[in-house]
Each structure stands twice: as structure tokens, then as C-alpha cells.
Design a protein. Structure first.
Length: 283
């Protein structure tokens, strides 16, 4: 599932492409992705609206638009789910089989495609109201972070996946941050020392910032074979071909640890795969 860096890279890519564009037609091909917004409400609010801005909040895309009739600003919330793509394509190009929402902008269509339909494109904003602070929020101090962790007996890796704790941290970067901090993913969240908490927060910020700078965790994945620079998990123009090779533990089970040479292990926590070094991350 796309995590904060992937969504941030995509938001930065789409922002200038959408700014100032007016929605001339709306086509909803999979109403499920709009929930709880109705198709009628979606069409009524978006037709004729102009894109003003695009921001990221946690793993969500937050589009700001101005309605044509009332001039009122509205927000459209997008989430990629597990397999979602958002991109622009020439309006005369055949639509992808799994296009869920198509917004015509004139010469181009803005397409939300999702093969499994776990994502969302909706006018309902309740999902982001429950999110915790962004990783770089100045109010998220090590002390406040420790207070939140002290309330939980869950393994720290599981706790990091709660979006009410820190918005945007997921399975990949949770594993990576814990490895860099030398903390076992099995350690109970309330058992971390002040020093460990401070180090973990620093490593979370570092690993996310590095992933954003590099572009993403996998190579470019162009839609429908086109090579016009749009992407799902994409990467920056000067990034390594395979950023995933820079991940130190994630998806590296059985390979040697870059620090001590021990074999990287995999275990399942909260139905998700956790990767760690048993020597560098002792409980």
C-alpha cells in the first residue's frame, strides 16, 4: 500500500498539472469509491469546479477546488488504497479497464484508476479528521511522542501503524525506522526509554524524507504503457532505478544485514509483514 512518501511524490507531480484546470465533465464508473458521497452529489459539486491546490495529509490526497456557481471552496479527498493510480491522459486515449472516476479537463482527462477498488475519491472528509500529527509537525516533540507510546502495551511496530499516532507511517517505513533506531519491533510501546523514543522519532523523519527525495520505493509504473511522466509509485528524475535496493530490511528476509551480516528475518504482526535484524534489534 502506498505510504506517505509515495503519496507526497504523487501530490507534487499532480499539483502543477491540475492547478487552474476546470472540470468540464464527470464520469463515475465505480460508485463504490465515492462512498459515502452519492454519485449525484459528486457530479453536482464537481462539474464546472476549478482545481486550486493539492496537498497531502497522511496517506491522503486533499484537492482544493472552487465551485463554478457559488464560488465556494470545496475539498475532494483521494486515497490510493492498495492499487490506485491517479494521472492525466489525453482525452481521446482509451480509458483503462479499471478507471473508477474520470474528470474531463479539456484536452486531458484526470483519471482515478483502481483494480481492487479499495481506495476512495470522495467529498467526505471524516477520514482525515481522525489523523494524528504529520511526522514533521513541530508540536510532535519527543516528549509528546513518548507520552502517546506510554499508553500502549502493543508492540511498537504495531503501534506505529496507527494513523492517529503519526499520520502516514506504514509497514515499509515503520520497519525501516525501527531498524535504523536499533529497536526491536516486538518491544512494547510503553517500554521504550526516553532515548529510544527520541531516536525513533528522528529515524522516522529521516527515512520518510529520504524516500521522498529519492522518489519512491519501486521503478516507474506508467499507465497503459504511456511514458509521459505520470506514475503510481514513481520516482524522481535523478533517483536510482531501484530505490527498493536502498531499503535496509523491508522485503529482505534471508539477506544479510547491512550492519552486522546477520540474516534479516520476517514475522507477521497485526496481519502485516515485519522485517528486522535479530542482532541489531534485540528486545
Amino acid at each position: 500500500m502506498p505510504e506517505l512518501p509515495e503519496v507526497e511524490v504523487l501530490a507534487r507531480h499532480l499539483r502543477p498539472l491540475l492547478a487552474g484546470k476546470t472540470i468540464r465533465a464527470v464520469e463515475v464508473r465505480r460508485s463504490k469509491v465515492l462512498q459515502p458521497t452519492s454519485v449525484a452529489s459528486f457530479n453536482r459539486n464537481l462539474l464546472g469546479a476549478k482545481f486550486l491546490n493539492l496537498e497531502r495529509r497522511g496517506k491522503y490526497m486533499l484537492f482544493e477546488l472552487r465551485q463554478k456557481s457559488s464560488r465556494k471552496k470545496i475539498h475532494l479527498l483521494g486515497h490510493l488504497g492498495m492499487t490506485g493510480k491517479m494521472f492525466l491522459a489525453p482525452k481521446n486515449d482509451p480509458l483503462p479497464k479499471h478507471a473508477a472516476v474520470v474528470l474531463n479537463l479539456g484536452a486531458n482527462n484526470f483519471i482515478y484508476e483502481d483494480t481492487r477498488y479499495f481506495g476512495r475519491m470522495t467529498l467526505a472528509l471524516a477520514a482525515i479528521e481522525k489523523l494524528g500529527p504529520e511526522p514533521w509537525d513541530e508540536k510532535l516533540t519527543p516528549e509528546i511522542f513518548r507520552q502517546e507510546l506510554k499508553r500502549s502495551r502493543q508492540p511498537v511496530k504495531v503501534k506505529l501503524l496507527e494513523q492517529s499516532l503519526i499520520a502516514g507511517v506504514g509497514n515499509i517505513y515503520g520497519s525501516e525506522a525501527l531498524f535504523r533506531a536499533g529497536i526491536s519491533p516486538r518491544l512494547a510501546a510503553n517500554k521504550l526509554t526516553s532515548k529510544q523514543v527520541k531516536n525513533l522519532l528522528r529515524c522516522i523523519r529521516e527515512v520518510l524524507a529520504e524516500a521522498i527525495d529519492c522518489g519512491s520505493t519501486v521503478p516507474l509504473n506508467f499507465s497503459a504503457g504511456k511514458t509521459d511522466g505520470l506514475f503510481y509509485f514513481g520516482r524522481a528524475a535523478d533517483a536510482l532505478d531501484y530505490y527498493e535496493e536502498r531499503l535496509r530490511v523491508y522485503n529482505r528476509a534471508g539477506k544479510p544485514c547491512s550492519e552486522c551480516g546477520s540474516s534479516i528475518k520476517r514475522m507477521v504482526q497485526a496481519a502485516r509483514s515485519t522485517f528486522f535484524c535479530p542482532r541489531c534489534q534485540k528486545v
